[in-house]
Structures are given as C-alpha cells and as structure tokens.
Design a protein around this ligand. Sequence first.
Ligand code: ADP
Length: 810
Amino acid sequence: MDKNFTEVVQSTFAEPLAAATPEVDGAMPWGQETYSTKRHGFSINNCESEPIRTPGCIQAHGALLVLRCSDLSVLQASENTLAILGHKPLDLLGHSVAAVVNEEGAIRLRSMLATEQTDRNPIYAFTLPANDEVAALDVTLHTIDGAAILEFEAAVRSQRAAGTMPHSLSQNANPDYYSFIKKSVTRIQTADTVQEFCQALAEEVRVLSSLDRVMIYKFHPDNHGEVVAESRLSHLVPWVGLHYPAADIPKSARDIFAKTWIRPVPDMHCELAEMIPRANPDTGQPIDMIHCALRGVSAMYTEYSKNMGVAASLTMSLRRESVLWGLIICHRYSGPSHVPYELRAACEFLAQVASLQYRAVEDRENATYRLRLEEVNQKLLSIAAQEGGLASMTDGEPSLLSAMHASGAALFHRDRWWRVGSTPTESQLEALGQWVVGRLDVGAIVSSVYVTHSLATDYPAGAEFADVASGVLAAPLSRSGQNLMMWFRPEVEKTVNWGGNPHDDTPAADPGDTLVRPRHSFEPFSESVFRHATPWLEVEIDAVSRLRALIMELVIVRAERLAGLNADLARSNEELDAFAYVASHDLKEPLRGISKYAHQLMEAGSPDEDDKRKLEGLLRLTLRMDSLLDSLLHFSRVGREELTLENVDMNDVLGDAMEMIGSRTSDGRTQIVAPRRLPPAMCDRVRVREVLVNLLSNAVKYNDKADKRVEVNYVGAHEASLRRTFPPGSEGQTVYYVRDNGIGIASRHFEQVFKMFKRLHGREEFGGGTGAGLTIVRKLVERHRGQVWIDSIAGEGSTFFFTTSRSDET
Ligand code: ADP
C-alpha cells in the first residue's frame, strides 16, 4: 500500500469511522469538516445551502467505490461494502479494484476508460455474478474530476427471478425495452397538442416503470410547479391541476435536474452509507456525486416525500432546447421499488426523446396561429416600408392587433404614442415605457423582450390599469430603447389550486427550532388570483422577436440608404458651392464693366428720353444682378466656412439679432416677445444669429397687421404633446421657433420658399428682396445638422421652427 495514501486515509477517517453510527449528530458544525447528509442533514438552516451534489454518502441499497484512474486503486469506499460486496471498506482502500471485480473486470474497466465516453456519463460495465455471500450486481462506471466512480446495485435478473419486482415488464425474464420504447416514442411523437403529449408521456412512463403515479410537473416562470398531466392507480386522488410552491423543488435541485436526466430514490426509508474517507485523499475534496444513481438523498427531500406518503420515487428531467421546463415525477406509495439499470436507461431515453420532441409538438399545436402571426407581420412590414413609417402599424388594416391575441397595442415612435385597441392612457404608457426600458438589459436591449402576465407584481403602478394591461409583452425597437412596441392583455378571473397552502410557514418540529423543515400538509388550498392575464405563448414571444428583428433591419437598411444619399448630396452640395462661388465671383467682373459703361453713357448726355430710360433700366438691372450675385456669394461662403461650435446662450443671440434689425421694428407697431428664457444650444453663435435675423426680419416684413406681433420661443425635448407634427430627426431636440401674425404662407409653398431666389411676391412688394434669405437660413441650419420647417395658415401668420442638431435615426 502506498505510504502517503495510508497516512491520508488514517487521518481522514479516524473520526468518520468512529462516528459511523446511524444516528445524526445534529450539533456538529459541518463547516469544519467534510459534509455528510447522514450526520449533518438537518443541521442546516436554509435548504438552498444543502450541498446536495456532495452529500458524502450514498443510498445504502448499493455500494460505491471511487477509484484513481491511473492504477484503479480504491480511494474511497462506501461504509456498507461488506454487506454488498463482501469486503470491508478498510480492506479495499489503497488496493486494486480487482479485489472486488477480479482481474477480468479490472481489464474491462481499463479498456472502458481508454475507449469510451465515460466522463460525467455513467455506462453499464458488467454484471458481477452472485456467489455464496453476495447477490449478482450490475456495475456502472463514470469519471468525474479525474476520478472513476463505480456503482454496484442489485442486478436486474436476480431481482426479477426472486419475484420482488413490481414492474409489469419484469414478468418477462428478458423485457423487450426496445420495442416498448419504440411504441412509446411513436405515441408521443404523434401527439397534436402539448396536453396530449404530456398525457401520453405520463401514461407511457407509468407502463414502463409500473409505479403508482406518474406526473408531468411543469415549472412556471416564477419556478412554482404545476402537475399538468398524470397517470395513476385508479384509487389514488388525482393531483393534476395542483400547483406547488417554488421552494418544494429548490434551485439547487433544479440546477441538478438541468444537468442530469434521471434521479432514482428506490427506498425513501433506506439508510445512508457514508463514504470512507469522506474526502477524496488525492484532492482533499468530497466527490461530486451529481451523476451517481446512488447519490445520498437530501434530508429535506426524504422528509418532504415521507410527509407526502411517498415510499419510492423516480424523477426525470424535461427540457426545451436544453432549458429545464419540467419533470416527470414518479411515485410509489406502498413500499420500496428498485429500478434496475436497464429500466432506468429506458426511462432516461424516453425523457430525452420527449425533451427533443417538445418543441416540435409546441410548433405543431400553434402552427396555424404562428402562420397567421407571420403573415400579418410580413404585411405590416411591407406597408411600413412603402409608407415609410411605423405608425401605419396602428392605424389601418392590418394592425399590430390583427393576428395577436391581445386587447390592445401601442407603439412609441417619433416622440409620441400610437395606440390601437384598449391600452393604458398616454401618461400611464409614458411611465410604463420608461420603466420597461429601464428593466431591460441595456447591453442586450435589441435582443430582449419583457414578458409578464402579471404586470402589477413587477410594477406596482400597473395595478391602476390591471383591467386593461395585466399582461404586457414589450419589445424595444432601438438600441436606446426609446422606441418601443407593446401588447396588452386584460386581467382575467382565475383560481389556483395548491397542493397545500403555499403561504403557510412550516411549523418547526420543536418550538425554538430555527432549522428548516419541509412542510407536512398537502391539503388542497384554493386561491383566487387577481391582476393576472392569460400568459403569453412562446409562439407569440417568438413572433414579436421576429417582427422586431425585421423592423430593425428595415430601419438599418433605410439608415444606410439615407447615409448613401447624404454622402451624394454632400458631394453635389460642395460642387454647387464651388460653382456658385466661381460663377458669382467671375460674373461680378463683367457686371462692373457694364455698370461703368452705362454710367459713362448717362454722363455723356443721352440723345433722347427713350434711350435715357433704357440706360436707367440697365443700371437698375445691374444693381439687382449685383445684389443677386452677392447673395449667391454669401450662400456659397455659408456652405464652405467652418462652424465654430460652442455652448451658446440663445437669449444673448436673440438680443443681438433684435438689435441688428432694430430700425425695422422701430415703427411703434411691432412687438417682438420672448415669453420665456430660451435654453442654450451647442452651435455657431454668428450663424445662428444670422438665422434669427433672417427669420425675425421676414416676420416683420411679411406682415400687414396693424399690430405686428412676433414671438420667439421653444418646445422642450419632453413636451411630447406639442411635438406631434414635428419631423423625424427632431426627437429629443430643443425646437426653437419664430412665430408671427403676418400674411402667412399657403402650405403648397412651404417647400418653395426655401428655394434660391424664390419669392412669392412681386419684386417690389413687401419691401423687396432677393429670395435668398430662407435658402441661406436652411443652409445654416443644415450645416449644424439641424432642420427647419414651417407651419402656417395663409392670412393668419407663420411659424418657422428650427433645431441646431439632429437626433440619430432609430
Ligand atoms: P426674401 O425675403 O428676400 O424674398 P426669403 O428667402 O427670406 O426671401 O423669403 C422667400 C419668400 O418667402 C418671401 O418672398 C415671402 O414670400 C415668403 N416669406 C418668408 N418669410 C415669410 C413670413 N414670415 N410670412 C410670410 N411669408 C414669408
């Protein structure tokens, strides 16, 4: 024997051997030594903290050896090896496993370790034949964290021959699991609905296992469970439809079920056998028994099950795309039920097939609905693409409500809510929208949706409109989360039947006992549930996720197209600016010549009145052309000169602008007012002053009222109700405006007035002008990436709006 090994073992199990008595030493602070469910099971005070993967002991109906992979020597043995294997644990430790499985067995194990996928995957190795002392044993092997684990359990055939097996299949000495499974798989594969599927699964597993009750137990989003289907002996009380609190299957247990397929507990009253030594001497760590069929049962679980009258259980996982969604829970009430390896393998296989099939059945059940959702979504998208706006999804046919089983939908887009059907009010939507976006993971905002069928639980303010929106399905449409789609479902009356009062805190076993004890009472308990809507289906969540992805794609394609157009536009603008500069500059020269000669002819004395008039006309035209060329030159300069951006106090700028147009307002009939202080802007002070000078002078100029009134004001980023008609790109921006009570502009001219040299009046009317002012205003604003637009009623007045920057497209 390896010397080191002996020392380690002796020091490690000196205490465990002495303490290898069945009674539980509740006072032991197990934090200071290797945990064992057998001795510390009830010394915990929080069942989440029970180390159920490393219980330090096994169910004593079998035996377990931990081997070192390199030489197959025994590192740990369960304390019951004498009874099961015919060898005392101490006689095995440090020796080759051949002492138990013979040379032949050891060779087989070595070859399995070399050639088979044994890591975290128990595989049947061989059956040890019975001898005078011990019964025949099935041996399974798997490896974990570098150690090999051998599990020994009573062999199927000998058990069956003894007639102790309750299984219907075990009547036959060689049960044909293959044909049985084939038939079961066909049955569950052809189920048309999830309910049919679960029922078929429960029935097939019961026939296979011959246990008393088989339940399909589904986890709800809050992890509480519900029995959705069952197959049971006819005299048993039905449990289908009953709900169980999340704590009944704690997170630590659910985590194990998410990684393993089957959990047999053949005898709830079976003793536990501790590992000797309790830690692996090679690593100093307790062995991870997550994949061991013999893993010692949690003290909580055995007590809970006994309270429920369960004598034996077998549990399998049900997953949907690798996420645990439920369990197949099988019970026997009348006594222990050993489930041999082969039968376990068959049950495990059935659970795996059911997990793979689940998604397909769900799809089949909802195929028509899915198709309808898909079809409507495609239509919505093509309308949005053609009409150029998402708002079309809420007004018109189809809408966001056409296919989805919801009572209302709302869309936040272009700074306002668009609603269809029955929805919370705008202010409720506003607050809810902000809360939803805050709740979504900002990093993953484009892939996340918020789904609830009980909004008030997550969002207490939702209680106020539970009748309209207890169910909410929300998907953001932009990275910032500013744009959002939501669907709503109203509250529905519902009663939940619990298997025991979920609000009852378990009475402690003895007064003053602070330790957790599983509950005793499973008496049916009915509870009315308020502020709950019909839950959203997976198919609906999928459809929303897809619609969102398509919309975002559309927006991105648009943004790219827009970026391309912008680049083209910028290029042609530069060319135009250069052309305007050259043309106006070069034309000035000959114009000066024409003007000079006309003057000389005038001064030389004109032969007749007619020629004199013509010369005067020529001079007037040269003057006009000169001012047109000046405007053109100025326009091209605006396009080429760099901006100096700074944080500008717009009130100062307004003051300067008013001073500059002073003479035009000094008639005593003109009043320019700024009712509130303007917020600052990041802009070029001089250029924005020029914008204001142009707008203010037009407001005064194109005004025929006796009292001319001009207002300079703004609409704040959050004054949503005032922003309805504002163009895209102005979202979140301060919008400044100049409003007059002048002659107004007919809406058909809104675009024209921004064109170069375009005037709506005769040359001399309203004080004349070149028609370049608004073109330059637009150019100045656009150089800031802002926008300028008009709202006006002919005869009543005009409002010119502008921004000094632009929000990013969604
Ligand atoms: P100009 O004032 O030199 O004609 P603008 O480019 O500033 O050139 O204006 C173009 C035209 O738009 C004006 O000729 C006028 O018809 C119209 N316009 C501009 N501002 C106003 C206003 N505040 N109210 C009514 N019409 C206006």
